[in-house]
Design a protein around this ligand. Structure first.
Ligand SMILES: [Zn+2]
Length: 264
């Protein structure tokens, strides 16, 4: 996809990309609601947003993705309590996910699917990092949408179902084995559901690559940044690393595989 052709800016392309970015920012805005409310078991559909400091409702014109945060300079209109820049970052990340999906796969079902998958992975990564929870709403909801996409793209429905079985099955087996050996449950049901969803979007080989990549990222984290605060039996937010690995495999899996095959 080109933005500039023969020196002319292709305005229709720029307009379409702008609209996609805006849609992504709106999904990012809804992601903020999910990220805040799902781990706290709050209703994500009903209940308007309100300022946590002064409890005043957030008016629609103060709830416009990106623009409102910038115009209000990150403060509540009423009590001037500061609003976390994370809200802005997640909205921008939503726009980024939409553009990355289109950049990588073009204006196709694959591009739409990739954009959706990326934003769900981002939500899961942030929630698991903060709360050590992977809400079933996101994994089962994401899996259902992924199965819908599988009617129109690869992995096809049978391949997606096989991917889900492989992804979830391996986590279940590892978790069960860990329980036999150590007497404690190593990974939760959230990881099982997450890998089931990952398998639907990336297929069986993709799910295997994500498991390997997630374990690798988690190990690197534990040995470097997490040293000292991740002592012994302390838990890692494994879902965050799996989500990061899934994004990498989605976008660069083919290139990484090619590089590997030419090297060895
Ligand atoms: Zn306020």
């Amino acid at each position: 996809m080109t933005l500039v052709q023969n020196g002319y800016l292709l305005l229709d392309n720029a307009l379409l990309l702008g609209m996609a970015a805006w849609l992504g920012a709106c999904v990012g805005s809804f992601s903020n609601v999910l990220i805040y409310r799902l781990p706290r078991n709050k209703d994500v559909v009903r209940g308007r947003s309100h300022c946590p400091s002064c409890e005043k409702m957030v008016a629609w014109y103060d709830n416009i993705p990106v623009l409102s945060w910038v115009l209000l300079r990150g403060q509540c209109r009423h009590c001037e309590a500061s609003i976390s820049p994370r809200y802005l970052v997640v909205e921008l990340a939503g726009a980024f996910c939409a553009l990355v999906g289109i950049w990588r796969f073009g204006w196709t079902v694959e591009g739409l699917s990739a954009s959706f998958f990326l934003i769900v992975l981002l939500d899961i990564a942030l929630i698991d990092w903060e709360h050590m929870i992977i809400p079933h709403t996101l994994t089962i909801g994401g899996a259902a949408v992924g199965l819908g996409f599988s009617f129109f793209m690869t992995p096809s429905l049978p391949a997606a179902l096989l991917g889900a079985a492989v992804g979830a099955g391996i986590i279940l087996a590892v978790s069960y084995g860990y329980k036999l050996v150590r007497g404690v449950i190593g990974m939760g049901g959230g990881d099982v559901m997450l890998m089931g969803m990952v398998g639907i979007f990336l297929g069986a080989w993709g799910a295997l690559a994500v498991l390997f990549g997630g374990a690798l990222l988690g190990t690197i984290y534990a040995l470097t940044v997490g040293r000292g605060n991740v002592e012994g039996e302390a838990k890692l937010p494994f879902g965050t690393f799996l989500a990061a690995a899934a994004a990498i495999v989605l976008l660069f899996g083919r290139q990484i595989m090619d590089l590997y095959l030419t090297q060895f």
